[in-house]
Design a protein around this ligand. Structure first.
Ligand SMILES: [Mn+2]
Length: 441
């Protein structure tokens, strides 16, 4: 194999080749084709939906973000990358192939989409073809074999040194933007104004961000995936919840912070949730069952609820009766990487024959695997005052478990969530997000 495998990217690609070798060996296929993907169009419209490359393609060539590119790989051979450098006068033509990745591939440039089929192998009987359906070319139809995907997805949980560097960079970018957003909140801006400050500080557009910003003032913080940005400045700035990330070469950061405008019960709640979050982060270590962290989060939430006089019962009782689920109705986190919610969170083994069940009564958990070194996961506990869920609790047998006067006081603040991206080691965890905030001070 050509190329320099001493660089981080060289090592990273070598690992992708090993995983591909394994996936092919464990399945009945003898070669691999990976499409970057193709443009999709809005219904009855000639406007394309913003293009996002296939994450499997990106794991081999993170710097290539053009559509209709293909990787062709046969074990033992140098992979080929067909680089679609479409020349039209409507769009900017992709740059000539450049960057370290070009040392590791045999690069073939295709100027027109219709030229690509002839550059791909003619016999694809035993080829695993990975990509979205719209990438299909004449006789080259993505078959996305389940076994091949299972092996690749399973191993993507373990990040290479190269990937960890991209995740650190994504976190630094997000941390910078979070600081700007906090300043905009303190300056009394609208959600929309805060959002624009965030984008400017990140240097990324909405379309580049790994997910839509959650910029929630006051009671909006109770909407877990609050997707609007109010243009109007509210009469009061009581609370601010921001769940916003950034992208670096396709790798995602996913960070949440909550801020109080003044001292008081809500500020105490922010501090208490932050303390719970830090304790949970300290429990991120290789060999730990991730689902146990989720269950620990409920214990931590129960203690905070009791301490702040939101509930009236013993913390153990609040967990056992499910009362904590009213206030913390989502999972403690997920794998993160090329996808914000990275794949294979429940896979028991690389073949994907079995899944690891979620703890009974916890349907929203996205990860149940045992933690291993160099997984990157989020830890994101929260406490919210969601009218719909509170109404259910109030109408049920555990209504007495709650101090409703305190809940009334906190409803106008929406809620609190604190989220960091954390690398698993066999010792102390690496908190990518906290390190990033410290770096951009
Ligand atoms: Mn998250």
């Amino acid at each position: 194999m050509e190329g320099n495998t001493s660089s981080l990217y060289g090592q990273h690609l070598a690992e992708q080749l090993r995983r591909a070798d394994r996936a092919l060996q464990l399945s009945e296929f003898d070669s691999l084709l990976i499409a970057s993907g193709s443009l999709r169009y809005r219904f009855l419209d000639d406007n394309a939906v913003p293009f996002t490359p296939n994450p499997l393609f990106r794991s081999w060539a993170p710097e290539v973000d053009a559509c209709d590119c293909w990787i062709v790989y046969t074990p033992g051979q140098t992979p080929t990358l067909i680089y679609h450098q479409s020349a039209d006068y409507w769009h900017v033509t992709p740059t000539d192939p450049q960057g370290e990745w070009t040392d590791h591939f045999q690069v073939v440039v295709a100027r027109r989409r219709q030229d690509i089929r002839a550059l791909l192998p003619s016999d694809l009987t035993h080829a695993a073809i990975l990509g979205p359906e719209e990438a299909a070319l004449d006789g080259v139809v993505p078959n996305n074999p389940q076994k091949v995907l299972a092996v690749l997805h399973y191993h993507r949980a373990v990040k290479t040194e190269f990937e960890l560097d991209q995740l650190r960079a994504a976190n630094r970018c997000a941390a910078r933007a979070h600081r700007a957003a906090e300043a905009a909140f303190r300056a009394g801006e609208s959600e929309w104004g805060i959002h624009l400050r965030y984008l400017a500080a990140a240097g990324q557009s909405d379309l580049q961000l790994p997910y839509g910003n959650i910029i929630a003032l006051n009671e909006h913080a109770a909407v877990l995936h609050y997707q609007k940005q109010d243009r109007a400045v509210p009469t009061q700035h009581r609370s601010f919840l921001i769940d916003a990330g950034a992208d670096h070469l396709g790798y995602a950061a996913d960070i949440t912070r909550s801020y109080a405008s003044e001292d008081g019960l809500y500020a105490d709640l922010v501090s208490a949730v932050e303390e719970v979050e830090q304790t949970l982060v300290n429990g991120v270590v290789a060999g730990r069952e991730y689902a146990d962290i989720h269950l620990d989060a409920h214990k931590g939430v129960a203690e905070v609820l009791r301490k702040l006089d939101i509930t009236t019962i013993d913390p153990e009782q609040a967990v056992a009766t499910g009362v904590t689920k009213t206030f913390f109705p989502h999972g403690i986190g997920h794998l993160i990487g090329l996808q914000v919610h990275d794949v294979a969170g429940f896979q028991a083994d690389e073949m994907g024959n079995e899944t690891i069940a979620k703890p009974p009564g916890h349907p929203y958990l996205r990860l149940t695997r045992q933690l291993q070194e160099d997984y990157v996961v989020t830890i994101e506990p929260g406490i919210y005052f969601i009218p719909m869920l509170l109404d259910e609790l109030r109408a049920g047998p555990h209504a007495n478990a709650v101090n409703w006067a305190t809940v009334e006081t906190l409803l106008p603040y929406g809620g609190v969530r604190i989220e960091d991206d954390v690398r698993v080691t066999d010792g102390e965890p690496e908190n990518l997000s906290r390190n990033a905030f410290a770096d951009v001070l």
